[in-house]
Design a protein around this ligand. Structure first.
Ligand code: PGA
Length: 249
């Protein structure tokens, strides 16, 4: 049985005052039946981890460097994230693929670095609108999977997030059939590459405009094991009903 996961990606949002949202989330979901992960900006990570200590919430980073240490001004290694209290890190988010020209091989190296540092790598995949309209979504996903997922992936050290780029921050959501098609495809490919045991144990999240109003429907889709939530994870009042929907799914 895969344990469900509600993950929040705060992106470049949040200063100290925002930590009260984390406190209220922790208080509301003290006995959560699902895993909860919040990925705040790096500047808040350590304090967020202190708040989350002894609660049901885990803290993650939003990116890491592929190297463990060295002359890379402004970058943060997976080991540093772990030292600050993170247990996971998002890699290959489409905003990083676009803003920082990250290619599949970069994402794979980052995922491997995360796993080597004892973190869970939340590896993001997803097609653009042009790719969706050209009907090659599954080809794109297949290429991203082969290129971005390291060979040492297991159900413990890797989570996959399917995030259609055109659904991120837009309020547009794929149909439930479209989400199901991609998630089934990812599951089948994982089983083929890693064997049934590992392939069935990796959690698959959907991401892109998940809100309290659509979460329950999305969580009812087979092979959707949770969500990676951006905008609606910033406020406890929005993220909390998403967590509750996942618990009852
Ligand atoms: P969104 O972002 O929920 O604001 O669409 C999702 C994400 O980018 O992870």
């Amino acid at each position: 049985m895969r344990r469900k996961l509600a993950a929040g990606n705060w992106k470049m949002n949040g200063i100290s005052a925002g930590l009260t949202e984390l406190q209220s989330l922790a208080a509301t979901h003290a006995d959560a039946d699902v895993d909860i992960l919040i990925c705040p900006p790096a500047t808040l990570l350590h304090r967020a981890a202190e708040i989350a200590q002894d609660t049901s919430i885990r803290i993650g980073g939003q990116d890491c460097h592929a190297n463990a240490a060295g002359a890379h001004t402004g970058d943060i290694s997976a080991q540093m994230l772990g030292d600050a209290g993170a247990t996971a890190v998002i890699v290959g988010h489409s905003e990083r693929r676009e803003d920082h020209d990250e290619r599949n091989e970069d994402v794979r190296a980052k995922a491997k670095a995360a796993i080597d540092a004892g973190l869970t790598a939340v590896i993001c995949l997803g097609e653009s609108l042009a790719q969706r309209e050209a009907a090659n979504t599954l080809d794109i996903i297949a290429g991203q999977m082969s290129g971005s997922i390291p060979d040492l992936a297991t159900g413990e050290n890797v989570v996959i997030a399917y995030e259609p780029i055109w659904a991120i921050g837009t309020g547009k959501v794929p149909t439930l059939e479209q989400i199901g098609e991609v998630h089934d495809f990812i599951r089948a490919r994982l089983e083929r590459r890693f064997g049934e045991g590992v392939g069935r144990s990796v959690r698959l999240l959907y991401g892109g405009s998940v809100k309290p109003g659509n979460a329950a429907d999305i969580f009812a889709v087979p092979n959707v094991d949770g969500a990676l939530v951006g905008g609606a994870s910033l406020k406890a009042a929005d993220f909390s009903p998403i967590i509750s929907a996942l618990e009852t799914s």
